[in-house]
Design a protein around this ligand. Structure first.
Ligand code: G3H
Ligand code: 13P
Ligand code: ZN
Length: 290
């Protein structure tokens, strides 16, 4: 059942666990996430970026997600979210299609511009859908490791300022906040030790759910500690894509002729994605919470 993202996250916050927000780009990944949520009885957020709206068609990918949830997992609470919306126009378009949760990512703007643009998005969404449309903002900025060619990252330049976080939440009226505490988009070169004290401070400054982007390689102890200190949702993309691509690679490099049946080839990739998503759900503590 499609439900409000805010509701999923408030429950996670109250229950002391986190949920996953998994990016999808196609039918196979979407089905894998939906099946993982169904089999583990986990609430989940399924999200797409603008690039995916362009690739698949915004209305098409929205309907794939919605139909999949309604047909295959009507008993599971699922939120549909626009990830990293970069403009007011893309938010308007997503909401018009039916998205019930959006991120406006003004994290690379000057603070005053991030505040004013994020507030504009919040005002629009809340006027349109009240509590049923959730808005995520970002303060500080989560780096993309691709920007740094996997080289050294000046982590201090990206961090969320806890005092500013309180001001940002007050001024914009956002429902959830994405934070930067040493997390990054991409794989394998996160800041070695996240800034735990900063996370704790941010948590003490704001009431709303906290989102951690770039969680593909936040395994075991790191994820658990982040949840203890107040993270309510982890964004995962690279890990899912890796499961998909590695499976295809194994199939095509193997000794066996893979044949031409795309359903069999893509079906294997879908199943590998499902297993990777289930592992994350266990790690986040949301199994059985649906
Ligand atoms: O953080 C967001 C995604 O990992 C970026 O993916 O290539 O769809 O923009 P994208
Ligand atoms: P990763 O690709 O590092 O998992 O980040 C995903 C993300 O933050 C999507 O918004
Ligand atoms: Zn992200």
């Amino acid at each position: 059942m499609i439900v409000s993202v805010k509701e999923i996250l408030e429950k996670a916050k109250a229950g002391g666990y986190a949920v996953g927000a998994f990016n999808t780009t196609n039918l196979e990944t979407t089905r894998a996430i939906v099946e993982a949520a169904k089999e583990t009885k986990s609430p989940v957020i399924i999200q797409v970026t603008e690039k995916t709206m362009e690739y698949a068609g915004g209305r098409m990918i929205f309907n794939i997600i919605k139909n999949d949830v309604e047909f295959y997992a009507p008993e599971i609470p699922v939120g549909i979210h626009l990830d990293h919306g970069s403009s007011f126009e893309i938010v308007e378009r997503a909401v018009e299609i039916g998205w019930s949760s959006v991120m406006y990512d003004g994290s690379r703007k000057e603070y005053a511009d991030n505040v004013s643009m994020t507030k504009k998005v919040v005002d629009f969404c809340h006027k349109k859908g009240g509590d049923n449309i959730t808005v995520q903002g970002e303060l500080g900025s989560v780096p993309y490791l691709s920007e740094h060619k996997m080289g050294a990252v000046d982590w201090d330049a990206y961090m969320t300022d806890p005092e500013q976080a309180r001001d940002f939440v007050e001024k914009t009226g956002i429902d959830t906040l994405a934070v930067a505490i040493g997390n990054a988009h991409g794989f394998f070169t996160e800041r070695e030790v996240p800034d735990w004290a900063r996370l704790e401070k941010i948590r003490s400054m704001i009431e709303i759910p906290i989102i951690l982007h770039g969680a593909s390689d936040w395994e075991d102890g790191k994820a658990t500690k982040a949840i203890e200190l107040g993270v309510n949702c982890f964004n995962v993309d690279t890990n899912t894509r890796l499961a998909f691509v590695n499976t295809l690679s194994t199939i095509f490099k193997g000794d066996k002729d893979p044949g031409l049946d795309l359903r069999s080839i893509l079906g294997e990739a879908r199943d590998a994605v499902k297993e990777s998503v289930k592992r994350k759900m266990e790690l986040f503590g949301c199994v059985g919470k649906a």
